[in-house]
Design a protein around this ligand. Structure first.
Ligand SMILES: Nc1ncnc2c1ncn2[C@@H]1O[C@H](COP(=O)(O)OP(=O)(O)O)[C@@H](O)[C@H]1O
Ligand SMILES: *[C@@H]1O[C@H](CO)[C@@H](O)[C@H](O)[C@H]1NC(C)=O
Ligand SMILES: *[C@@H]1O[C@H](CO)[C@@H](O)[C@H](O)[C@H]1NC(C)=O
Ligand SMILES: *[C@@H]1O[C@H](CO)[C@@H](O)[C@H](O)[C@H]1NC(C)=O
Ligand SMILES: *[C@@H]1O[C@H](CO)[C@@H](O)[C@H](O)[C@H]1NC(C)=O
Ligand SMILES: *[C@@H]1O[C@H](CO)[C@@H](O)[C@H](O)[C@H]1NC(C)=O
Ligand SMILES: [Mg+2]
Length: 449
């Protein structure tokens, strides 16, 4: 992932690294740029500037200066770089501990132009003018900041401040933005988490797409829709890369102009009398959500009774039969079924095979594992109630007893701990332990509840 020069940046002492990112846009080993900026580059820059002005005009004036806790250059001066958070083709993102009064040592993500990245370097190859290419990339960063300022949703990373007058050498407009810090989305890791967690990511995403389809700026499409444009902040999915978006729907004359193309599938949409491809932005986002997120995260290890609904949702989004509204409704229905336990097939009670013993606690010692467990020490799964836990315990050959812990998942379901080793049970404590009757009869438990 790191582009050329990034190694040098990371090898440098932290303060020096920050200075390198924020200082003169020319890498220290590059010759100074030629004085004349090519015409085509100037035109491209002017186009970016116009884009930016249009966005800025829609922003309420003077808003940022008054916002409580808004971060600026002052907070950045005493900042310490803690490490690299990520790098894309345009931007470099650092984990930074803020200095200054307002900073208070809080950690933020700091975005700057990635001058060793593909965007700037490709431009330099085309135009041979580093300064202009840097400005072109900086305009993207500023466009993103302007959008972030205008949009407000839990699914969009929060802009905490920006600084564009770091008083270092060079005539270029230098700009960095400060955002809430997240963790990159690791799809491979996510595949190993419980279904409930993966469902949350998908629900967060569809709620974001619903907001984007009906945003104050119109229907917004992410043109570069990839998992790496998202981060997790405190377990919630947030989009962080907003420089490559459109807020206008594709203009058209005939339906044939409204082709929505993906590598595996094409969709033809309708051209409205107003000359716009109706809903193209919403549909583009939704299909991307389907192909990058839903297909991987939604189906496997879902509760059996929810699988047919999930299959329908996948089929409907994969064929774009559903819009964002219907998809969101379907997700909310799944959430409701899951939270209320309505998905459980009620047959005979399995709990009757267990004795409930009060007044125990369990130790954190290792016991048998299951997959995908909420704890690395043993088998911990979210359940609707003790009855469901009993059914699960019955299905694990090793399971001899279980407890319902006070811990809750994001849906409010308790986590149950399944164990095989009866030595893990320690008398004295608030917990109820459910022990298999067949096991209990071999021992002398006297405290039957
Ligand atoms: N707020 C953040 N917290 C943590 N990491 C982030 C944050 N924003 C971005 N990143 C990481 O930095 C990478 C590059 O940021 P991004 O805005 O996507 O730049 P680019 O426009 O170059 O793709 C992302 O892929 C992500 O891994
Ligand atoms: C993090 O998420 C948890 C559970 O979803 C929530 O209770 C808590 O308030 C969140 N913390 C912050 C700082 O947002
Ligand atoms: C989608 O349309 C493009 C251009 O019209 C065509 O080249 C491509 O083969 C089509 N792809 C599929 C999967 O149909
Ligand atoms: C949806 O289901 C129909 C009918 O079974 C099938 O032909 C189609 O390929 C499915 N689409 C997707 C995206 O799974
Ligand atoms: C989706 O729902 C919102 C809010 O109810 C509504 O404004 C919008 O028109 C709906 N979109 C579609 C495509 O039906
Ligand atoms: C059961 O737990 C005890 C005490 O924690 C431990 O000494 C013992 O090795 C465990 N037995 C098994 C089979 O894990
Ligand atoms: Mg990106």
């Amino acid at each position: 992932m790191p582009g050329p020069g990034l190694g040098a940046l990371l090898a440098a002492p932290l303060l020096l690294a920050l200075t390198l990112v924020l200082s003169s846009p020319w890498p220290p080993w590059d010759p100074p740029p030629p004085p004349l900026q090519p015409r085509s580059l100037t035109q491209e820059l002017e186009q970016r500037q116009r884009d930016l002005s249009t966005l800025a005009a829609s922003l309420e004036e003077e808003e940022e200066g008054q916002k409580e806790g808004w971060l600026g250059c002052a907070e950045l001066r005493g900042a310490r770089v803690l490490g690299l958070a990520g790098a894309g083709i345009t931007k470099l993102v650092l984990r930074v501990a803020l200095g200054g009064r307002a900073g208070g040592g809080g950690e933020v993500a700091l975005k700057a132009v990635h001058w060793a990245g593909g965007d700037v370097q490709g431009c330099v190859r085309r135009y041979g003018h580093f300064g202009g290419c840097y400005r072109l990339a900086a305009a993207k960063l500023r466009k993103e900041a302007a959008l972030l300022q205008r949009l407000d949703h839990p699914g969009i990373v929060k802009l905490l401040g920006q600084c564009s007058d770091i008083s270092l050498s060079g005539p270029e407009m230098k700009v960095v933005t400060m955002l809430e810090l997240g963790n990159p989305l690791e799809m491979i890791q996510l595949l190993q988490t419980p279904w409930e967690e993966r469902f949350k990511i998908c629900l967060d995403l569809i709620e974001l797409l619903y907001y984007m389809a009906n945003s104050p700026l119109g229907s917004i499409a992410l043109l570069d829709f990839q998992p790496r444009q998202f981060v997790l902040v405190n377990g919630s999915l947030k989009v962080t890369d907003l420089d490559d978006v459109t807020t206008t729907e594709l203009p058209c004359q005939v339906d044939e102009d409204c082709m929505l193309e993906f590598p595996t599938k094409n969709f033809s949409l309708q051209c409205t009398v107003q000359g716009k491809c109706e809903g193209i932005n919403e549909k583009r986002n939704l299909f991307n959500a389907y192909r990058y997120f839903f297909t991987y995260l939604l189906p496997h290890t879902a509760p059996l009774a929810l699988q047919p609904i999930l299959k329908d949702v996948l089929n409907a989004t994969g064929d774009l039969r559903y819009g964002v509204n219907e998809t969101l409704r379907a997700f909310q229905k799944v959430l409701h079924l899951y939270k209320s336990g309505l998905y459980l097939q009620r047959k005979t009670s399995n709990l009757r095979e267990y004795i409930a013993l009060k007044g125990f606690h369990t130790t954190d010692t290792e016991d048998y594992k299951c997959w995908p467990s909420n704890s690395h020490l043993g088998c911990m799964l979210s359940v609707h109630n003790a009855e469901e836990a009993a059914t699960i315990c019955n299905s694990h050959p090793q399971c001899q007893h279980f407890t319902i812990t006070p811990q809750r998942t994001w849906t409010g379901r308790p986590l149950a701990l399944f164990q095989s080793n009866l030595s893990d049970l320690i008398p004295g404590g608030p917990m109820v332990v459910y022990v298999k009757r067949s096991t209990a009869s071999k021992r002398s438990f006297s405290q039957e509840a």
